[in-house]
Design a protein around this ligand. Structure first.
Ligand code: KG4
Ligand code: ZN
Length: 341
């Protein structure tokens, strides 16, 4: 089975061809860093226009790389949300048009489901259920992944996502954009114990996250300490929060057979190392996708599409894009939580 995947929900435009045998035949990606850099963050309107320009050539290039045509594809998977609505619409409409033109089924993929299932593309031995720490620029959640389409949210952030905190810290410290990799690089030359910073919610009985207070404290201390020490201390504080919160979630998910991390922040070496140690303490396997599969890409969308298609799930061509789309709509509302799903 061969699936074409499309991704355009934030600032990466991507197309990939993946088989149900876990072969990534092609994956093409265009970043928009240069377009957003002057603004220090992603500008939705600029992102949507860039997706329009980039997507069709990327699809053609991916098909050429794989040496196939649309006729060889079994289904077309496109991110249908959550994300920046303009970008999501570009990818979804493109997916619908290709599906209609080639007479192929459309599989609408939740971007978060793409991240959640991506570790199974990388690791054939990863079976359900597993505990997933999903840490990206827009989300910070702990999910029990019970099967395709079956996600139980055990925790979420009550304010910022971890990646957002990395991005804002990078901005405060003048480290540039995108922020996560810049903070990680700066942290290599700093002392993680040099600057006292808070660990919001650490020690609380529910595994939720909060990063707004940490970010504000970095803002107060910026300029008063060397940037490398601030970056290292910030990164350590995030790691401590992620590990403590994940430990609480593991206590609530004894059925989990592995600890898995996915999403852009999973590309961070300190985060990966600390979670691997935590899994070891619990005698659990630790699975983290390769770095290119952690940050946004279309292979994870194609793979989630393959898993959904194999389960008999396809979608109508009049399906609407969903800027908000929680993976677990039944999850309890968190007291004090903002608008993030
Ligand atoms: O999954 P992703 O590519 O897009 C979203 O769906 O949000 O995640 C992007 C986020 C950004 O906030 C970025 O700063 C962060 O992941 N990130 C990192 C690293 N690489 C990317 N954060 C910390 N360390 C990294 N090496
Ligand atoms: Zn993402």
């Amino acid at each position: 089975m061969l699936i074409l995947g499309l991704e355009s929900s934030c600032d990466e435009t991507a197309a990939a061809l993946v088989t149900d045998k876990r072969e990534v035949l092609a994956h093409r990606l265009a970043r928009q860093d240069e377009a957003h850099r002057p603004f220090g963050g992603v500008v939705p309107e600029i992102a949507a226009r860039a997706h329009v320009e980039a997507l069709a050539p990327l699809v053609e290039a991916a098909l050429a790389d794989a040496g196939v045509t649309l006729a060889d594809v079994d289904a077309i998977a496109a991110t249908a949300g959550p994300g920046l609505i303009g970008g999501v619409m570009v990818g979804l409409v493109t997916g619908k048009a290709l599906a209609h033109a080639a007479g192929k089924p459309l599989v609408a993929v939740n971007h978060l489901e793409g991240h959640a299932l991506s570790p199974r593309l990388a690791d054939p031995d990863l079976d359900f259920p597993y505990l997933l720490l999903l840490v990206s620029g827009g989300h910070c959640q702990l999910l029990l992944v019970e099967g395709v389409g079956r996600y139980r949210r055990l925790a979420t952030t009550i304010d910022d996502a971890a990646g957002e905190a990395f991005d804002k810290t990078a901005k405060l410290l003048g480290l540039g954009f995108p922020g996560g990799p810049a903070v990680e690089r700066a942290a290599k030359d700093g002392d993680p114990r040099a600057v006292p910073l808070p660990r919001p919610l650490v020690g609380s009985g529910e595994p939720h996250f909060s990063f707004a207070g940490l970010k504000s404290d970095v803002a107060r201390k910026a300029g008063k300490f060397p940037a490398a020490d601030l970056a290292a201390s910030f990164q350590q504080a995030v790691v401590d929060c992620l590990v403590d919160r994940t430990r609480i979630a593991l206590g609530k998910a004894p059925q989990a057979s592995a600890l898995v991390v996915a999403g852009g922040v999973a590309a961070n070496g300190a985060v990966r190392g600390a979670l691997e140690a935590l899994a070891g303490e619990h005698g659990l396997r630790f699975v983290a996708p390769p770095l290119w599969l952690c940050t946004d890409n279309a292979a994870m969308i194609a793979w989630a599409g393959a898993e959904r298609f194999a389960a008999g799930l396809t979608d109508p061509l009049d399906l609407a894009a969903r800027p908000r789309w929680p993976l677990d709509p039944d999850a309890e509302k968190v007291r004090g939580a903002g608008v993030k799903a």
